[in-house]
Write a protein of this length. Sequence first.
Length: 467
Amino acid sequence: MRDTDVLVVGAGPTGLALGIDLARRGVTALVVERAGALFPGSRGKGIQPRTMEVFDDLGVLDAIRAAGGPYPVGRIWQDGRPAGEHRMFDATEPSEDAPYTEPWMVPQWRTQQILRARLEELGGEVAFGREVVGLTQDGDGVRAECASGEAVTARYAVAADGGRSAVRGLLGIGMAGETVDPHPTLVADVRITGLDRDNWHVFPPGAGDGFLAICPLAGTEDFQLVAQFPEDTAPDLSLEGVRKVVAARSHLAPESVTELRWASDFRPRAALADRFRSGRVFLAGDAAHVHSPAGGQGLNTSVQDAYNLGWKLGAVLRDGADAALLDSYEQERRPIAAEMLGLSTRVHRGETRRGEATGQLGIGYRRSPLTRETRTDPGPVRAGDRAPDGSVAGVRLFDAFRGPHWTLLALGDAQAPDLGPRIPVVRGPAPGPYGPGLFLVRPDGHVGWAGDTAAGLADHLARFGQG
């Protein structure tokens, strides 16, 4: 029998990010994974701008940037010759308040390696070969039974075990959705010769065939291959099967594919769990919402689930906040997941372009029960919004926000009270979009409270054990 504060089921990006956030808050967490190792494929390869900001706060941004690179321009091939270009998204120039504006390509397996290393650096742990097959809970905690015979007890548990979540099934939580595209899709990581690594190579559909796209995976020698098939087809996931697809749909010879490193067959769908919580167990990531890969929203929405839940569990378990705070996780994240599911589906169907919305910088919680806007004349940045970057009296705001703490901004002539050493105060002229006033920035980088004066600020902080 093992005891822990939080049991995290699943060592994908969601579970690992949550483990990191809990570890840096001094919350004991155990991440368990049914497989014997981390996921080996490139599947979720796009890190969106908002997730880059999250990774900055979690202490892994430098490693993520070093491991990947920008998305290449698409090269369209026709009859063995280049026939045009295709840009995957509308580019946006970085600014002081938004330093990351374009997606960064990192294969999912590499992202997970980086997150695991950070988790272990903070003293966290991943236990492999632990398949959860039973789950019970009461008013004091959760007990999980593993197929190995081991049992784990925890005060709370988080299902981060993917779209086919066993924990979600054990809880009896339904998941409603739709098929985004009925055509089977083959995704494979391959080594291939005869194509440059400066372009994303796109081969349009031919007679009876679906499209083929071959993208160089930044930071590796691999390419990600994506091939669509007619309905009711079962793609061949073997090396020979992949070679046949490449030879049939491109000018390349079969032997150009020299190695098959990972392959998967999936049907793009969109689905949303009926609830994100059952008692002391929470759903996060693909266990709560399943996306089409178009637009790169799945992994990013999932990591931000973890980022939202982590500080709230920390507030309850370490700061003495009322457990009712945890109700806000579903209240805040389920509407966002529904919105991102709709966006992914529209991108997949060609109804909208990748761009500002897919970067997720505009996501906020203005309608959250945790949000208080008390100013009579709010400016562009309001309570609930993402707190932009900027410089105040020589202090970079993202540097001030980094860490598990709250931060108070006193901008313009606003007078800030002394909140003690746990809540740093940054004072100075209002940068960029902020405008004058007091802005209390939550641990997840969103403005939780804003006011012209400090009236009501102490009471608001007390809700989170910060009094």
